[in-house]
Design a protein around this ligand. Structure first.
Ligand code: PGA
Ligand code: ZN
Length: 421
């Protein structure tokens, strides 16, 4: 049980230098804690609304002063002095106050900042680590640490579109610990940086999430180079380390066609293309290989990938229980990319998780391309027993905050890293 003494908020800057929302929550017993919300660039159309000021003279319209004012005004007024037995009760109060289906009144950024700050203040009050507090939301215990999927190469909206797909990620598949997985990924990343310098004469230019972004001549060359870097680092691709791909195809899909390396592919051809990659490269997970609007073709994609790679839905599902239910019924995916700010409260994200689990799906807990130094995502992945975590590259402090937190949780709990399926 927690009585909210007050909540308050400020604007802070994210890893792209854009404003985002920070909020703090004080409980009656004296516990105080704060949290920050991230922000995406390759956003799904079904995402909850991130409130931006729209004043073009300030941060190009991206200011969050209105969202901050909503926390300091109506949200604080509604919560102050009230008792909440659970996170669900707090989140329900926020939803009722907003009253819109997509959080457009108060802003999902304002709402989520408060939802997270309350969870963290509750952890302080209950004298438990944050991952335990998160676990109580889903009525579970932390049992495993997530397997990492770490950005190596970037394209798409995170790298200026030099190639259409967004991320090629390293999966340290054989690593028994977080520590071992990070060391393996570092070796691959360094080998890739050297390779891109030799091959493209490019300095190690980095994209939004810290992935290397040389001028690849084709999309498939990202995969060729990833395998070469793995070998150069002394690993056996497919055994020691594997590849995950975020195709992020909604962002090159228009009028029923995928504009891929200068070709206009229909959905059938797109499925053929990515399925062909599985024959040549050690890919274990394919995210948004079809567009968020291409509902009728996702079941065929899933059938084609079979058990070789996860059919992972990001923009396609938007951590939205209604969309996940529809995808389960249609047999359209078998893995959920869970982004809490897709939906806007911890409780709704927990509902998305429960639904995905009820269908036997895998779950990847994910950061956004615009991140902050806050590390709550690592606790969430552990508390909710996520199969994978996707944070970005092994560079840049807003990413490393989460990896360093995973190292701390590993040292503290000794929990095992989940085996790759
Ligand atoms: P976003 O991208 O945070 O820019 O939406 C991350 C992803 O697509 O996984
Ligand atoms: Zn994605």
């Amino acid at each position: 049980m927690a009585v909210v003494e007050r909540v308050w908020s400020r604007e802070i800057l994210d890893s792209r230098g854009r404003p985002t929302v920070w909020a703090s929550c004080e409980l009656r017993g004296g516990a105080i804690a704060a949290a920050s919300v991230p922000s995406g660039a390759s956003t799904g159309r079904a995402e909850a609304i991130e409130l931006r000021d729209g004043d073009s003279k300030r941060y190009g319209g991206l200011g969050c002063r209105q969202a901050v004012a909503n926390v300091n005004g109506p949200i604080c007024d509604a919560l102050q002095g009230n008792t909440f037995e659970t996170q669900q009760q707090l989140d329900a109060a926020l939803l009722a106050l907003d009253g819109t289906p997509n959080k457009s009144r108060l802003g999902a950024n304002a709402i989520l900042a408060v939802s997270l700050a309350f969870a963290r203040a509750s952890a302080v009050e209950n004298r438990v680590p944050l991952y335990r507090q998160f676990a109580t939301i889903i009525g579970d215990e932390p049992r495993t640490l997530p397997r990492m999927t770490i950005n190596l190469f970037s394209g798409g909206k995170h790298a200026g579109g030099q190639v259409c797909i967004q991320d090629v990620l390293v999966v340290p598949a054989a690593a028994k610990t977080i520590d071992e997985g990070l060391a393996a990924t570092y070796a691959v990343y360094q080998a890739a940086a050297k390779l891109t310098q030799q091959k493209y004469g490019a300095r190690a230019l980095k994209a939004d999430e810290g992935g290397l972004a040389p001028p690849f001549p084709s999309t498939e060359s990202m995969l060729v180079d990833a395998v070469a870097a793995m070998r150069q680092a002394g690993f056996e691709p497919g055994r020691d380390v594997a590849i995950a791909v975020d195709v992020a195809s909604s962002h090159f899909f228009e009028s029923g066609r995928y504009t891929f390396d200068g070709q206009a592919l229909d959905s059938h051809a797109m499925i053929g293309l990515v399925s062909g990659w599985l024959e040549k490269y050690p890919i274990v997970s394919l995210e948004d290989a079809l567009s968020e609007d291409d509902w009728s073709n996702w079941p065929a994609l899933k059938t084609s990938l079979g058990t070789k790679a996860l059919t992972l839905g990001d923009d396609f599902l938007c951590t939205n229980p209604a969309r996940i239910r529809r995808a389960i019924d249609a047999g359209a995916a078998n893995a959920l990319l869970l982004k809490v700010n897709h939906i806007g409260t911890l409780s709704e994200a927990a509902e998305a998780l429960r639904l995905a689990r009820s269908a036997g799906w895998r779950v990847t807990v994910s950061a956004r391309s615009g991140e902050t130094e806050d590390d709550w995502l690592a606790d969430l992945a552990v508390g909710w027993n996520a199969d994978q975590i996707k944070v970005g590259s092994i560079t840049q402090s807003e990413r490393l905050a989460k990896y360093n937190r995973l190292l701390a949780i590993e040292a503290e709990t000794g929990l095992p890293v989940i085996a790759w399926p």
